[in-house]
Ligand binder design. Structure first.
Ligand SMILES: Nc1nc2c(ncn2[C@@H]2O[C@H](COP(=O)(O)O[C@H]3[C@@H](O)[C@H](n4cnc5c(=O)[nH]c(N)nc54)O[C@@H]3COP(=O)(O)O)[C@@H](O)[C@H]2O)c(=O)[nH]1
Length: 794
């Protein structure tokens, strides 16, 4: 059938449209589905990478609950059906509730095949995608793989379904095809309409060729119909273009959303191509390199990295790996932690880099390293560092000497002037020691007020010489704020030819230090074998004393204090130790050990209980004697000395005034609030307090008044010189006069002769104690002796 010439073009166009639609369907369609799937995989890859990094952190911290909820959260993501997590041994450690067991088992087997694949050049399994059927995919995603050739920390197993994406792609393709056809159809119609109009005009303008009124007939019937069609077509075209516009807007919006999301992430993100050019960057990355995003894009990555081999590191990395590189920011070098994940898009290789500035982390690590080896206060090496160095030298049998320093009575500075002054003084001491120490020496703060100087290649004579310089150098007082502080050290010295262990050497220096302290402080002492021997003896004594306490080998002896009429007024309870090996041991031998070990606290409790029982016993016998007992300075360091003493006293039916407490001056030297509180509570309970060994220490009238003592005991050493030594005479007279004026009662101890007793009586001392009257004896001796008086002193 011949085609009217005005329809020829539209018909041709129509045929072309159909042909085009057919071509698009066969060529464009599969390609567009493949492209959608590519993009879908890429997006899921990124999601898995982000989730993988947080799962890795939970794994490192062993947070199983967080792992589980992270997986559940992942399974809520569009197209992700289920997820599971297998550890390095390929055992499942967590999975979502909806994960089918058969799937998990299959994935586990697949994982086993992947990791055991001997043909694989790397054990570091890369993310692998497996297509189950048309729409189902399974992904094995390695997590926390840091080092090539090593298995990653774990594997994320994920089931994905691409049905939505494929359906979307189909829909898009249909719409695309529909649009194309509609546009072509629309063009056909326009062309057809134009053809008709051209014909009509031709008819009007050339009446000779077409004079018939058919034109009028055609115009009256066809023209309105054609206008109507044109109008509808224009309307459809408008709708289509509007829809197109809206879809484009939606696309732009989702693109913007993606960009915004990436920009809000605090971690720097870069996408680079295989030529290492930056394709995309987020705001955090721009801030890291202090360069606007637009300027970053298209730039070679090398421009921002210090190391040349950095690029090889990125290119050679096969999986999701993490490494550190140094980057540039405003000309400054910054340490960067980079997680690199390669991916393919449209057959081209790309790398996704997650970049973190680890400057703060590095600083914290540096600080930790510093703290591990140095003392933060004085900035000297610490004990740990010194030990390390000492061990290294001794491993090479190097001859060396050690000086062990301890500042005498440093505690008093802390207690009286406060810890801030104490700290400042330590810094000053460190500073002075630094200047005094010779080259080839290592100065360390061992802790508290202890310092150690390691002298490499120093003989004992040279070490002695250095120690003397240190002693002298620390002699001048130090000005700390408004105070003038004295920091006198005691120094222990030891030397070795390099054939000793570090611990042994330090022990020797420590023993020498204690020898220096025992010898009167602010001096030095050299280690000798005898010190080790004495230390061993002491160790043994300590051991035996512990047993003595368990086996109840302690005894109380009592020594009387006699008045002017020769009557016993008070009996002083004095501790003895009936040792099965040593016989009856005097307290001078073992009390220092009990004090050092803290055993004295238990012993004092025992003494107190015994003394109270003895008072009660004598009371029941009609012997109204008071008993005095000694408290050691160490007793005052326990938390509630007054509480425990008063408890024991109250448990016995005796008047507290029948017990006297003898306290040495050294207790008051460090009179803390705790000491003051204890003394006040004894006083309030009615227990008399006596200041023992008066005159030997730092006897101060302030103490007597401040702590409301009832009396003093004149020390044996003053009584010893009576009546011949003019100093003793003057001192004893002075003490007694002062005590009388203060209303204190005075006891003189260590009275051994009749002359001493007479002198004391004639000089107003009413109560005397000493061998002249009696030695300390067991309680039952006094029970039997009863109230008999001693001969009057005349
Ligand atoms: N914390 C405690 N300290 C106690 C306790 N028991 C005793 N001590 C203290 O031990 C030191 C030695 O005591 P001791 O060997 O018992 O000596 C006492 C007397 O025997 C001795 N003394 C008494 N008269 C004379 C004498 O004429 N000559 C002489 N050479 N010595 C004599 O004096 C010691 C009593 O001293 P004091 O306590 O200062 O009155 C001694 O410091 C005891 O304090 C205890 O249970 N806890």
């Amino acid at each position: 059938m011949p085609i009217h010439h005005s329809l020829r073009l539209p018909v041709l166009l129509g045929i072309f449209s159909l042909f085009y639609a057919l071509m698009t369907a066969t060529l464009y369609w599969p390609d567009s589905i493949e492209q959608s799937l590519d993009e879908w995989r890429f997006q899921n890859h990124q999601t898995l990478m982000l989730v993988g990094s947080s799962l890795s952190k939970h794994l490192q911290r062993g947070q199983l609950e967080e792992l589980q909820s992270q997986l559940e959260y992942l399974a809520q993501t569009a197209d992700i059906q289920w997820a599971g997590l297998a550890d390095k041994q390929l055992q499942l450690i967590a999975h979502t509730y909806n994960a089918p067991h058969t799937e998990l088992e299959t994935e586990q087997q697949r994982l086993q095949q992947l990791t055991s694949d001997s043909t694989s050049s790397q054990h570091n399994v890369v993310p692998s995608w497996h297509q189950q059927d048309d729409t189902d995919y399974r992904v094995i995603y390695p997590i926390g793989s840091q080092v090539p050739d090593q298995l990653p920390q774990a594997f994320l197993l994920v089931g994905l379904n691409a049905q939505r994406i494929i359906a979307n792609a189909h829909q898009n393709a249909w719409i695309h095809l529909g649009y194309t056809l509609a546009i072509l159809l629309f063009c056909c119609l326009i062309l057809y309409g134009l053809g008709c109009r051209l014909n009509r005009q031709r008819t009007i303008s050339s009446p000779r060729t077409n004079p018939t009124p058919c034109f009028a007939l055609k115009t009256s019937e066809d023209l309105p119909a054609s206008d109507e069609q044109n109008h509808q077509l224009a309307h459809s075209f408008h709708c289509i273009s509007q829809q197109l516009h809206e879809r484009q807007r939606a696309l732009q919006e989702s693109e913007q959303l993606m960009t915004d999301l990436i920009n809000t992430m605090s971690i720097g993100i870069l996408v680079i191509d295989d030529q290492m050019r930056i394709e995309q960057a987020n705001r955090a990355a721009a801030a890291l390199f202090a360069c606007p995003i637009a300027e970053l894009q298209g730039q070679p990555l090398q421009q921002w990295l210090v190391e040349e081999q950095a690029i090889h590191q990125i290119q050679n990395n096969l999986g999701h790996t993490q490494f550190e590189l140094t980057g540039y920011c405003k000309g400054q070098q910054i340490p960067l932690e980079i997680t690199c994940t390669p991916f393919k898009r449209k057959q081209q290789e790309f790398y996704l880099l997650l970049i973190k500035d680890v400057t703060e982390q590095h600083q914290a690590e540096q600080q930790l390293r510093f703290l591990a080896h140095f003392d933060p206060l004085t900035r000297l090496a610490n004990r740990h560092y010194l030990l390390q160095h000492l061990n290294q030298l001794l491993a090479h049998n190097q001859a060396l000497s050690l000086l062990y320093l301890d500042i005498d009575h440093f505690k008093r500075i802390n207690d009286s002037l406060g810890h801030e002054v104490g700290d400042a003084l330590l810094v000053e001491i460190a500073q002075r020691l630094r200047q005094l120490c010779p080259p080839n020496s290592l100065l360390a703060r061992s802790g508290g007020d202890e310092f150690i100087v390691l002298l490499e290649h120093f003989t004992q004579e040279e070490a002695l010489d250095t120690a003397q310089k240190l002693l002298q150098g620390l002699q001048p007082p130090m000005h700390i704020r408004q105070y003038q502080c004295q920091a006198n050290p005691s120094i222990g010295i030891t030397s070795t030819d390099g054939h000793l262990g570090a611990t042994e050497l330090l022990k020797q220096a420590d023993l020498a230090l204690y020898a220096a302290k025992d010898a009167g402080r602010n001096r030095l002492a050299i280690y000798t074998q005898a010190l080790s021997h004495a230390a061993e003896q002491r160790q043994r004594l300590e051991q035996e004393l512990r047993q003595a306490l368990e086996r109840q080998e302690f005894l109380l002896y009592y020594q009387p204090q006699v008045d002017n009429q020769g009557q016993i007024r008070v009996l002083e309870a004095l501790l003895r130790w009936q040792s099965p090996h040593r016989g009856l041991v005097a307290p001078d031998v073992f009390i220092p050990v009990l004090e050092d070990t803290g055993l004295i606290l238990e012993v004092t409790r025992w003494v107190l209980q015994e003394a109270c029982q003895q008072i009660l016993h004598w009371q029941q016998q009609g012997l109204p004697w008071r008993v005095s007992m000694n408290l050691s300075p160490r007793d005052f360091q326990q938390a509630d000395l007054a509480g425990s003493v008063l408890d024991i006293v109250q448990q016995t039916p005796i008047a507290p005034s029948l017990l006297e407490l003898e306290i040495t001056e050294s207790v008051l030297l460090d009179a803390s609030a705790q000491v003051q509180d204890s003394l006040a509570r004894f006083k309030a309970a009615g227990i008399p307090l006596l200041l023992d060994d008066f005159g030997t220490g730092y006897a101060s009238l302030t103490y007597l008044q401040q702590f409301h003592f009832d009396g003093i005991k004149v020390d044996r050493q003053f009584v010893d010189g009576l009546p011949d030594s003019p100093q003793s005479v003057a001192l004893v007279r002075g003490i007694v006069t002062m005590a009388q004026h203060l209303g204190l009662h005075v006891v003189a101890e260590g009275v051994e002769t009749a002359q001493q007793a007479l002198f004391l009586r004639q000089n107003g001392c009413p109560i005397l104690q000493g061998y002249y009257f009696d030695r300390p004896r067991p309680g039952n001796y006094w029970s039997e002796r009863g109230n008999a008086t001693y001969p009057a002193v005349c």
